[in-house]
Design a protein around this ligand. Structure first.
Ligand SMILES: *[C@@H]1O[C@H](CO)[C@@H](O)[C@H](O)[C@H]1NC(C)=O
Ligand SMILES: *[C@@H]1O[C@H](CO)[C@@H](O)[C@H](O)[C@H]1NC(C)=O
Ligand SMILES: *[C@@H]1O[C@H](CO)[C@@H](O)[C@H](O)[C@H]1NC(C)=O
Length: 326
């Protein structure tokens, strides 16, 4: 689920309401950055990370596993950044040192232990159910937090006579959040479906159920994403689940600069869903006639261009046809 944080949660947190308020805004910023990254990772896929959809509450699919992981990761990431930046009174850089020949620890390592602890208290508290789905969500939250640690790296600065680098100062820092997103997208592709009684899994709040899941996924590494049921058909609109289907979605036609992923987008979004690709002339405004003014600005005009855009549309009765002429 998307983290809609309200003050109702105050009572369920193990710190004062002042501490709660201190962290709450960061938690919200973090959850939003998680969702932004989700939308970026899935921009050209049938499921494109739509917000606030019932599917997140009702099902436990490969996609919901990603949403949980990236949200939890986003919250941990932001809290950690805030901590390192000195935004909170009670935490700062991680200065634990490990000796290595050739370099010394110094600078300011990202305090992921702090981010992990606080994000856990906020995000995991949202899973109040005792069913297998809650257990799976908690597992995926944890996998998201582990992704932050797995993508951390050592950064160093050289010292010594005229930058000879005889001594380096090093510290550990988190990767760009985009890289965490790439890492979790890979985990999404390899997510594991838990083999269990699906009907029992959805039935609700039985402790037996939760124990059964716990037992089942003791065999799955904490770093892996897991889910309980196969995905619904994302091609078609499904109001119950809050899914829009792919009709009307924009896709991209071959262009030298495009990645394979973009090049295939029309096939993936339209053709694979039994829709045809239609070309539409669209007016766009772009910057043009840019002039440099001393000193130092660049002023541009806005010029109108007609460009071709491609969209998925209902197929003609006799089948799929791709329009290629303007
Ligand atoms: C934490 O960082 C985010 C952006 O990185 C910022 O918007 C927010 O205000 C910070 N929180 C605090 C308490 O400074
Ligand atoms: C919507 O999804 C639900 C749950 O997967 C399914 O039972 C139902 O048949 C779907 N409805 C449509 C119109 O596909
Ligand atoms: C391809 O990308 C490069 C760098 O992003 C850009 O300079 C170039 O103009 C692009 N070419 C086309 C055909 O879009």
């Amino acid at each position: 689920m998307y983290l809609a944080l309200t003050l109702i949660f105050i009572t369920s947190f193990p710190f004062s309401s002042k501490a709660y308020l201190t962290y709450a805004s960061s938690v919200q910023v973090g959850a939003q950055s998680g969702i932004r990254e989700c939308k970026r990772q899935f921009a050209l896929e049938k499921w494109n990370c739509p917000e606030n959809t019932p599917i997140l509450k009702r099902l436990s699919t490969r996609e919901t596993s990603f949403v949980h992981a990236i949200s939890a990761a986003g919250v941990m990431y932001t809290l950690t950044k805030n901590c390192t930046a000195g935004d909170f009174d009670n935490c700062g850089c991680d200065d634990s040192k490990i000796g290595q020949p050739g370099w010394i620890w110094g600078g300011c390592s990202d305090n992921v232990a702090f981010g992990e602890k606080i994000s856990k208290q906020f995000v995991d508290a949202l899973e109040d159910g005792h069913d297998s789905r809650a257990a799976v969500n908690l597992h995926n939250n944890e996998a998201g937090r582990l992704a932050i640690k797995a993508t951390m790296r050592k950064a160093c600065k050289c010292h010594g006579v005229s930058g000879s680098c005889t001594i380096q100062t090093c510290w550990m820092q988190m990767a760009d959040f985009r890289e965490v997103g790439n890492y979790l997208k890979m985990k999404y592709k390899h997510a594991k479906e838990l083999e269990m009684d699906k009907k029992a899994a959805r039935a609700g709040n039985s402790a037996d159920n939760r124990d059964a899941v716990t037992h089942t996924f003791l065999s799955v590494a904490t770093t892996e994403l897991i889910y309980l049921e196969s995905s619904p058909n994302y091609c078609v609109k499904n109001q119950t689940l809050g899914l829009h289907g792919t009709e009307g979605r924009e896709c991209f036609k071959e262009d030298k600069n495009m990645s394979q992923w973009e090049k295939n987008s029309c096939r993936r979004l339209c053709n694979e869903c039994g829709l045809k690709v239609v070309k539409k002339r669209t007016e766009v405004f772009i910057s043009c006639n840019c002039k440099f003014h001393w000193c130092c600005t660049v002023k541009c005009e806005k010029c109108k261009r007609v460009v071709a855009k491609y969209f998925c549309d209902k197929a003609a009765a006799h089948g799929v046809k791709i329009l290629t002429s303007l």
